[in-house]
Design a protein around this ligand. Structure first.
Ligand code: SAM
Length: 243
């Protein structure tokens, strides 16, 4: 499998991705703002608007990290389980949850350390499954999609937010330049870690294109699959339904 541009064993990929997020966990939220000039907040807002979490619904936010998606969904009254393979990311999320407090009409929030490829929940459990900027880090994407399908109840929905391929020509060049030159340097200056951010850039380029990823979602058994490109495909929202 590929770790950025390198071919590594699946075990090695899982280990290295783990090391990347352990390394960036404390600076993760600041880096997101810096790297996207705050735009990740708008993408996440739009994503949650599409998911439409309802009061009382059970949602699994896979690769939920420090809780950005989950906080938006509990605010709508959903009961959210944040699952992530990296305990350090979850720890930052739990700290943030305490700092932010909760209001009365909010849903509940739990954090659990789990691998998207082998989820420790019974089949047909969740109303919705969300994964934001997580799936491209998973070693076997097909296994994660199969698990998403398994834990959703019939009628449940799958939503994925991920970087994709920019298809607007002007933006594409600027984005490539930014990714190659500026991003690793920002990683170095802000998080003291250029290599992790180099990996993030490479993993985005290696990720299947929008149409191909949509086909993978359909192959996992989802129907009515859809893709919504944002900013010419810089980011995309994929969705599908379990029947
Ligand atoms: N969803 C959060 C957000 O949008 O801010 C965090 C995204 S962060 C870029 C990617 C997350 O994927 C990391 O927290 C990482 O630990 C997690 N991850 C990577 N591989 C995973 C796997 N196999 N199972 C679960 N989580 C995984």
């Amino acid at each position: 499998v590929s770790f950025g541009y390198e071919d590594v064993t699946p075990e090695e990929k899982t280990r290295r991705v783990g090391a990347v997020f352990t390394s960036v966990a404390q600076k993760y939220d600041i880096m997101n703002d810096a790297m996207s000039a705050g735009m990740h907040r708008l993408w996440k807002d739009r994503f949650v608007k599409r998911v439409k979490p309802q009061p009382g619904e059970q949602v699994l936010d896979m690769a939920g990290g420090t809780g950005d998606i989950a906080f938006r969904m509990v605010a709508k009254g959903a009961h959210v389980t944040v699952a992530d393979i990296n305990q350090e990311m979850l720890d930052v999320g739990a700290e943030r949850a305490v700092e932010r407090g909760s209001s009365e009409d909010e849903g509940s929030l739990v954090f659990t350390c789990q691998n998207a490829e082998q989820v420790e929940f019974a089949s047909n459990t969740f109303d919705a499954y969300t994964i934001a900027f997580g799936i491209r880090n998973v070693t076997h994407i097909d296994r994660a999609l199969a698990e998403a399908h398994r834990v959703l109840r019939p009628g449940g929905r799958f939503f994925c937010l991920e970087f994709s391929t920019v298809e607007w020509s002007g933006l594409k060049e600027a984005y490539d330049l930014y990714s190659d030159r500026l991003l690793p340097r920002m990683g170095q200056v802000i998080a003291g870690d250029a290599d992790s951010y180099r990996y993030l850039v490479e993993s985005i380029r290696k990720f299947p294109r929008m149409a191909e990823f949509e086909r993978m979602i359909a192959r996992a058994g989802f129907v009515n699959t859809k893709v919504e490109p944002i900013m010419g495909g810089l980011v995309a929202i994929h969705s599908g339904w379990k029947v």
